[in-house]
Design a protein around this ligand. Structure first.
Ligand code: HEM
Length: 366
C-alpha cells in the first residue's frame, strides 16, 4: 500500500480514503490532523475496527490489548500490562556469562572461550540476526526469537516474562487460550520493534564513527572507568545517547503506520470545513478551535509518533526507550564498533521497517 498511498498523497493531500471491499480506510498523513484526531479527540478515535479473520484467530477473538474494542476488556488488559512494566529493570545488565535475554528481545552474545560451532550456527540460523560479527576475539549475534530452549541462559532475564504470566493468572478470568493470546501479543509487539530499532541504531553508529566517539565520551564522563557496565541510573545523565535513540526513531521509525483506529461516533475534523468561520478559533467556537491559546507554532503539536499518540499509544514506549538506551550504552561502553562494508541504510518493509541489507560490524573490547 505504501507507494500507492504516497502517490495519492502527492495528488490529493493529507486525507485519503481507500475502500477495502466495502470497508473504507481513511489515511491521515499530517501532523496537525493526527494531533487533532488522536490527542484532541482521543476518546472518539480510540476504538479498533472489527478484526479480519486471521487477526481474530490470532487474538483469540479480540482477547488481547491491541485488537480489543475501546472498553472494559481493553482497559483491564492494558492496565495490567502497564502495571507489570513499572517493575524496575535493575539486574538486567550483561551477566558474567555474557549471555542474556530481555523479556522482549531474546539476545545471544557469545564471547571468546564460549564460542563454538553450535553457537555460531544458532546466530546464523535465527530469524534475521541483528548483528553478526566474527573476528579474532568474538562472535556477537543479537538474535530476535532465540529462546531459552535453544541455549542455556541465565534465569534472571526471564523474570519479567514470568511476572507477566503470573499477573495474567491473577486476573482470574482467563482460560488457557486467553493467556496464550496475551503472551503472544506481548512477544510479537515487543520483539521485532525493539530489535529492529537497535539494529538501525548500531548501523548508524558504525556508519558514523564521530557519533560513536561522542557517545563513548559521554558515557566516560558518567561511568567510572573500572565499572563493567552502565547502569540504568547512569542513563539519566546521557542526553546525547537519548538523542541518538530518538533520531533513529525519527529517521527510520519501526512502522510507517500506527495500527488502525476506528471512531466511536461520526466525526469531522473541522466542522463545516469549507465555510469561512473565524469563530472556530475563539473559545467555545466549535470545530476544534482553542481560543487565544491556539497553537500555530507547532510546539504543542505532534512532531513524530513512532509509538502512536493518545489513548492507544504504545503502552511500552517508556520501557522500549529504556531498553534501547540501556543496550546502546552498554554495547558502546564495552566494545569499539567498526564497519566491515559500506553501511547501506535502505529500508525494507516487513512486519516492521527493517534494513534491506543488514550491516556487519567488527567489534573489539575497549
Ligand atoms: C521500539 C519499540 C516499539 C515501538 C516503536 C512500538 C510502536 C507501537 C505502535 C506504533 C503502536 C500502535 C499505536 C496506535 O495504535 O496508535 C503500538 C501498540 C502497542 N504496543 Fe508497542 N512499540 C514498541 C515496543 C513495544 C513493547 C516492548 C511492547 C510490550 C511490552 C509493546 C506493546 C504494545 C501493545 C500491547 C500495543 C497495543 C496498545 C493498544 O491497542 O492499546 N510495544 N506500539
Amino acid at each position: 500500500m505504501e507507494p500507492i498511498l504516497k502517490d495519492l498523497h502527492a495528488k490529493y493531500g493529507p486525507i485519503i480514503t481507500v475502500y477495502f471491499g466495502r470497508r473504507p480506510a481513511i489515511f491521515v498523513a499530517s501532523h496537525e490532523l493526527a494531533h487533532c484526531a488522536l490527542v484532541q479527540n482521543g476518546a472518539t478515535f480510540a476504538d479498533r475496527p472489527p478484526p479480519l479473520l486471521s487477526s481474530r484467530v490470532m487474538s483469540n477473538n479480540q482477547k488481547n490489548i491491541n485488537t480489543s474494542y475501546y472498553g472494559p476488556t481493553w482497559r483491564l488488559f492494558r492496565r495490567n500490562l502497564t502495571a507489570e512494566m513499572l517493575h524496575p529493570l535493575r539486574g538486567y545488565g550483561p551477566s558474567p556469562s555474557h549471555e542474556y535475554a530481555m523479556f522482549s528481545v531474546p539476545v545471544l552474545m557469545c564471547f571468546g572461550d564460549r564460542l563454538d560451532e553450535k553457537a555460531i550456527k544458532q546466530v546464523e540460523d535465527c530469524h534475521r540476526p541483528l548483528l553478526l560479527n566474527v573476528n579474532r576475539f568474538d562472535v556477537l549475534g543479537i538474535c530476535p526469537r532465540l529462546g531459552k530452549e535453544n541455549h542455556e541462559m541465565d534465569d534472571k532475564p526471564h523474570e519479567r516474562s514470568v511476572a507477566y504470566v503470573d499477573s495474567l493468572l491473577n486476573l482470574e478470568l482467563l482460560n488457557e487460550q486467553e493467556i496464550i493470546a496475551l503472551c503472544s501479543e506481548f512477544l510479537n509487539a515487543a520483539t521485532d520493534t525493539t530489535s529492529t530499532a537497535l539494529q538501525w541504531i548500531m548501523a548508524n553508529v558504525v556508519k558514523y564513527p564521530g557519533i560513536q566517539q561522542k557517545l563513548y565520551q559521554e558515557i566516560r564522563g558518567v561511568v567510572e572507568a573500572a565499572e563493567e557496565k552502565v547502569d540504568e541510573d547512569h542513563l539519566q545523565s546521557m542526553p546525547y545517547l537519548k538523542a541518538v535513540v530518538l533520531e533513529r526513531l525519527r529517521r527510520h521509525p519501526p512502522g510507517h503506520f500506527v495500527l488502525p483506529h476506528a471512531v466511536t461516533e461520526d466525526f469531522e475534523l473541522w466542522e463545516d470545513p469549507m465555510e469561512f468561520r473565524p469563530e472556530r478559533f475563539l473559545s467555545n467556537g466549535g470545530g476544534g478551535g482553542t481560543g487565544e491559546g491556539f497553537d500555530v507554532t507547532g510546539s504543542r503539536e505532534i512532531r513524530m509518533i513512532p509509538f502512536g499518540a493518545g489513548r492507544r499509544m504504545c503502552p511500552a514506549h517508556g520501557l522500549a526507550l529504556l531498553h534501547l538506551d540501556y543496550f546502546l550504552a552498554n554495547l558502546i561502553w564495552r566494545f569499539h564498533w567498526k564497519a566491515v562494508d559500506e553501511v547501506d541504510l535502505t529500508e525494507k518493509l516487513e512486519f516492521t521497517v527493517v534494513m534491506k541489507n543488514p550491516p556487519r560490524a567488527l567489534i573489539s573490547p575497549r
